[in-house]
Design a protein around this ligand. Sequence first.
Ligand code: NAP
Length: 508
Amino acid sequence: MNNGKICVSICAKMADEFVGNIKRAEKYADVIELRFDCLSDDELTTALTNVLNNSSEKPFLITFRPAEEGGNRNLSMRERAKFWELLFAKNQTQNIYVDFEFDLKELFNFRTTKSIASFHDFSTVHDKLNWFYEVNSLVPKAQIIKIAAQTDDITDSIAVWKLIEKAKSNNQQIIPIAMGEAGKWTRILGLAYGAFMTYAALESGNETAPGQISAKDLIETYRVKELNEETEIYGIIGNPVSQSVSPFMHNAAFKVNNLNAVFIPFEVKNLDDFIRRMVRKETAEVALNFRGFSVTIPHKQAIIKHLDFIDETAQSIGAVNTVKIKDGKFYGYNTDAPGFIEPLKNTYGDLKNTNVAILGAGGAARAVIYALKKEEANVTVFARNLEKSTDLANKFKVELKSLKSKDQNLNFNDFDILINTTPLGMKGKLEGETPVVALQIENVKLVYDLVYNPFETQLIKEANKANVPTIGGMAMLVAQGMRQFKIWTELDAPMKEMSQAALRKLTK
Ligand code: NAP
């Protein structure tokens, strides 16, 4: 256990909602932040009275932030000063944290011991962070300094993270937050490295700042209060990673094995900068205990040049989805190919001389073709861009055919198995789309869709209509994840917990 606190942030429009939300927040919160800037002007006094009369088992943190500091509405200096005077006049602030922006520091001097001086930087240059820290240390009226800075790429968060070390050496309590998806890791690891507090959303979908995570996920999935500087850090590197199921699957596996390890989504745009400035011990500017990564789009090929060793399967496929870091060396593997083939063989049996149609010719298709060729299946790839796919067809010596959008004249009667490796049907803009309809697959014996989110894609529905057995993408997702777990920990992966965690995430 570390000493950090979880602060659940509540942003409600009506005074009455505050009280209901406080009750829900109590389950996970050590501190409950009440964002008064979310209320309209005429609700303020009622809300303050409600809150101060309400007995909660958890201390409150009161915030009244103007838009330029990330608040919910425009507030003049006069309005802000009036609000705080109103609060202090009630003389009940002994047990309440107050969060004030730096320009109000005169107003706050000596008024309360539980004060947080906050500074929000929405540029990504971050040249003011140290200035803010220094100024606050020189005028040490605030018990805690909170510095939140926007990130565009993951290395933008280095400047914020380094303030933890500085604060430690000055005995200053600090809340450092890198905002945005690329800064999410600071919200997960902060407490382990000495941050005073991390902010959390009441529930998923109720985030009050970019990159915020729900309190439930912070505690139950990431176990942030149990982490420390010895915790082994794993994660998925890619862009985007916000929809990834891997953190849920792998953290469930770490938890059931009682491992001091955590798995984090790392949104990385510039892979070279990330490896150089944050991971490789010789060049890293931060000291984080990285032990391995899942690698996803668009870095599966680009990661190869950073490896000290690549295994034969990954080398043949030309893509790495798993990195293990041991004694400072980077080892690369591909678990997509065995993760793909295992559920297929379990369902279909021997694949020798089976006629397989693969739709799509991207990264996943490479692993799929490699695995099927090893089983001596007859593979035909259907791609929308034949020119672009010729190299792949030549490399793996497979037949290449054209896949035209919504071409229902194309039937797959000559094939035993149809595999979709295109993103058609995937959550987002492509959800509900399908590469083929029921009529085209009536005679195939099995349909395997690599898309796993949503759990039941339109292609799976089409196969059901045609009475064709199916395998959904979750089977591969879990199987490739289990192999990653084994590579990293050398333990057998807990299939039940990993599947349940993935399923919960995909069906909620
Ligand atoms: P990728 O490298 O971008 O390849 C996608 C392929 O699909 C490319 O050949 C692309 O053609 C083609 N494509 C894209 N949109 C299409 C459309 N509208 N019609 C026809 N073809 C289209 O992506 P990937 O890494 O291979 O991933 C593909 C899918 O597999 C994703 O949904 C991913 O989530 C899923 N996947 C699942 C697992 C699992 O464990 N279940 C593992 C890996 C991947 P162009 O080259 O012409 O763009």
